[in-house]
Ligand binder design. Structure first.
Ligand SMILES: Nc1nc2c([nH]c(=O)n2[C@H]2C[C@H](O)[C@@H](COP(=O)(O)OP(=O)(O)OP(=O)(O)O)O2)c(=O)[nH]1
Length: 154
């Protein structure tokens, strides 16, 4: 049977009009090379917000520990075909606005092959995202997802 995963992910706002998204490493088991929201699997017994905090630091390095995690933006559900997983994604607003005007990219400590990019909302390349994300990312691109009030106070 396909595994069912609970995943915590971040809609990371670099100010009100830009998002930070990442490209999955070429060697990823699933969705290699696709764009995704940073995050990962929630471990058994782990609170989802704590999982997102842990994943952000694992994926982006210690600089990500200071990012405020805000309210849930959306809960997504998708069943990937074949041997792919069934995923339940809890997407939180995350505030990266303190990084505005800084060399945030130089502060990241990325996993091998991973890449983090800033995109203007209107230019989000929806079709490069993992299938579970596409409808939601389209809604974000088209302004149907209300951006949080920045800064987010944790
Ligand atoms: N982080 C993240 N994962 C997503 C998104 N959309 C989506 O379908 N997923 C899926 C891909 C993976 O199957 C799962 C995330 O878990 P993960 O990134 O820890 O999984 P993985 O299999 O790459 O990691 P690993 O077990 O190899 O360590 O959720 C998204 O926007 N962000």
């Amino acid at each position: 049977m396909q595994p069912r995963l609970i995943v915590a992910a971040g809609l990371v706002w670099l100010g009100p009009h830009r998002l930070l998204v990442q490209r999955r490493p070429a060697g990823a088991r699933h969705g290699a090379g696709a764009l995704e929201l940073p995050g990962g699997k929630v471990e058994p017994g782990e609170p989802p917000r704590a999982a997102l905090r842990r994943e952000l630091v694992e994926e982006w390095g210690p600089a990500a520990a200071a990012l405020a995690i805000g309210p849930v933006a959306e809960v997504l559900h998708h069943v990937y075909p074949g041997p792919g997983p069934e995923v339940l994604l809890i997407v939180y607003h995350v505030d990266a606005s303190p990084w505005l005007g800084t060399d945030w990219h130089a502060a990241l400590r990325l996993e091998a092959d991973a890449a983090v990019v800033a995109h203007e909302l209107a230019a989000l390349p929806v079709h490069e995202f993992l299938a579970a994300d596409r409808e939601f990312v389209t809604d974000v691109r088209d302004g149907r997802v209300e951006p949080p009030t920045l800064p987010i106070h944790p």
